[in-house]
Design a protein around this ligand. Structure first.
Ligand code: ZN
Length: 278
């Protein structure tokens, strides 16, 4: 594949759309797909550490492995192409902002780790005093309650993510890329217009320049997209009730809008009446 900086530089001269296509093909064809890896909170039940208490053993055995997803991002830098650095950013942006199973609230992971924590807690207690009474049923209920809460955090969290499929995100990114190709400035051009900011950076290369440009821009556009997609609320001009803005010109709540329309109609009718009376 051509260097990214070469593709971009050629584009600024020719505006050949095939260059954008080449860039996109490399980006989406990257071997670094967004992958999910299953991780788990787990422990090994050791009967003797639980004083061979069959109830305790059975209860802890039920919860010995709790799975969750993680963003798989294992690669070695040597094997990466330049375009992969942009792909990694795109994958991470999607995972962080839109994937409902990745990067969840800290609380979610804390709740999922309850069983493992309880297990080690009980082992510690029994080690100190082998005759201590452990309420197996209570612990079991605690664990189950935590798992239920974890599910709730996942589905009802106030920081709940926006729903957007990967395919739709790819479409958005493709649109942004078109735009970014048109806005791109070579380092020389940038230098002429803004003075130089990057020259002192030890690792400056034109490839880094391009990667940095796309990564920063795609991140910004993703955040703007989320911001613009969030429902907005205003206060009704007449009664002060909070309402969601559905149109640019929204000013009144439904009730007040209806009343207003009625009144206006009345005024218009009477004007009409007066006019025809004359
Ligand atoms: Zn109102």
């Amino acid at each position: 594949m051509k260097l990214l900086s070469t593709i971009l530089e050629e584009y600024t001269e020719t505006h050949d759309l095939a260059l954008i296509e080449e860039f996109k093909e490399a980006l989406w064809g990257s071997k670094l797909k967004l992958k999910k890896r299953k991780l788990s909170y787990k422990y090994k039940v050791v009967d003797s550490l639980l004083q061979n208490d069959s109830e305790l053993i059975g209860m802890f055995d039920k919860h010995k492995k709790v799975e969750y997803f993680n963003n798989q991002n294992r690669y070695s830098y040597d094997e990466l192409e330049y375009i992969d650095f942009i792909r990694i950013r795109v994958n991470n942006l999607y995972a962080y902002h839109f994937d409902s199973e990745l990067y969840l609230d800290k609380e979610y992971y804390r709740l999922l780790s309850t069983a493992a924590n309880k297990y080690y807690e009980v082992i510690g207690q029994l080690k100190q005093d082998g005759n201590i009474h452990i309420d197996t049923k209570e612990i079991d209920e605690d664990i189950k309650r935590s798992f239920d809460l974890a599910e709730q955090v996942k589905t009802n969290s106030p920081n709940k993510k926006m729903t957007l499929t990967w395919d739709k995100y790819v479409k958005l990114v493709n649109g942004w890329i078109d735009h970014l190709f048109d806005l791109y400035k070579t380092p020389e051009r940038y230098e002429q217009e803004h003075g130089w900011e990057y020259r002192n950076e030890v690792i400056f290369t034109e490839e880094n320049w391009v990667i940095n440009y796309f990564n920063k821009s795609i991140k910004g556009k993703t955040l703007n997209y989320i911001r613009d997609s969030m429902p907005k609320y205003i206060i009704c001009d007449k009664c002060g009730k909070e309402l969601e803005v559905r149109h640019k010109n929204t000013r009144y709540c439904k009730v007040c809008l209806k009343e207003r329309t009625k009144e206006r109609r009345k005024v218009n009718n009477s004007k009409y009446y007066m006019k025809n009376k004359k």
